[in-house]
Design a binder for this molecule. Structure first.
Ligand code: ASP
Ligand code: MG
Length: 315
């Protein structure tokens, strides 16, 4: 079984989400369905897909919460634009007979978010707990939209609320995961050989209060799920070919590192290499699960394999 995590750029809008679903479909080995086939394909392997918020949405949510706390009515524009981006994706991804149902379902989420933001507005203050609740909507919304888009592509999949299976303390913004409790909950939840889809980054306290795992923390979610389920591999799908010698966005001659040890990858992540969240490595090391960093926009590329130093080929 494997874990596949897709970052914000990979799920930024409908056409990228379709690329993501192509990759998932290939991983399932089912191949694209012909239009005449109407039965949803049975998954052949257990796959858990972890997704980030659509790119920019977490920043927008933070802006939304801050504007509301300052009683700045511009929060309404930001709110509308967040809803608009998800509605647009739904219209492009979901076939017409299901659009209304999905829009209605997602409207309930918008309503919940609006309620929270109105409370921040009247309180004129933004607590770390409220900010986490607001930020969590990025992943709540993206994971729901993507799960419906997958179903629309005739694949069976189960939508999972990450907050029910990842438990943390109340250190809002950078909550500490209760590994024992979370691994048990995940082991109990992911029993069937099925395709599951969940949001990264979000979790909750033992009392069910929403928390987040720090910015960029969806990678960490993926590796937690991988460790809980003894996955054979954790794939981090991003918008660059893998871990590079330099930041490819700054240096044109950056080279792809095909294989790297957990230690070296962790050191690079803590030193600011943006590709993976530094906390991603630990859970994988303890279970010796290789992590592959791959490019959604160049899926044939080899990517970077992160594993035990003694497994790295000497050539
Ligand atoms: N959406 C969150 C962030 O922007 C988490 C993530 O993308 O990994 O920080
Ligand atoms: Mg990231």
């Amino acid at each position: 079984m494997k874990i596949m995590k897709f970052g914000g750029t990979s799920v930024a809008h409908a056409s990228n989400i379709n690329k993501v679903i192509d990759i998932i479909e290939n991983a399932q080995g089912s191949g694209p369905l012909r239009p005449s086939e109407s039965v949803a394909s049975e998954p052949k392997e257990k796959i858990v897909v972890v997704v980030s918020a659509m790119s920019g949405i977490t920043d927008d949510l933070i802006l939304l919460a801050n504007l509301a706390s300052k009683m700045d009515l511009k929060y309404k524009i930001v709110f509308e634009s967040i809803c608009g981006r998800h509605n647009q994706a739904i219209k492009e991804l979901i076939n017409s007979k299901n659009t209304e149902r999905v829009l209605k379902e997602i409207s309930k989420k918008y309503g919940e978010l609006e309620e929270i933001v109105k409370n921040i507005f009247s309180a004129k203050e933004l607590s770390p707990a409220s900010l986490d609740r607001v930020m969590s909507f990025g992943e709540q919304l993206s994971s729901y939209v993507i799960s419906e888009a997958i179903k629309g592509r005739k694949m069976q999949c189960e939508f999972v609320d990450s907050r029910k299976i990842i438990k943390t303390d109340d250190n809002f913004g950078d909550a500490n995961v209760d590994l024992e409790k979370s691994y048990k909950l995940m082991g109990d939840h992911f029993r069937r050989d099925a395709l599951y889809i969940m949001g990264g980054f979000i979790a909750s306290t033992k009392d069910g209060v929403t928390t987040t795992l720090s910015r960029g923390g969806s990678d960490y979610t993926a590796s937690l799920v991988g460790a809980a389920l003894d996955a054979s591999v954790i794939e981090i799908w991003t918008d660059v070919d893998g871990i590079m010698t330099e930041d490819p966005k700054k240096m044109k001659d950056a080279l792809l590192i095909p294989e790297i040890s957990y230690e070296k990858a962790e050191e690079m992540a803590y030193n600011g290499a943006k590709v993976i969240h530094p906390k991603t490595i630990r859970p994988a090391v303890l279970k010796s699960i290789p992590i592959y960093v791959k490019n959604t926009f160049n899926p044939e590329g080899t990517g970077t394999k992160i594993s035990n130093a003694n497994e790295i080929s000497k050539n």
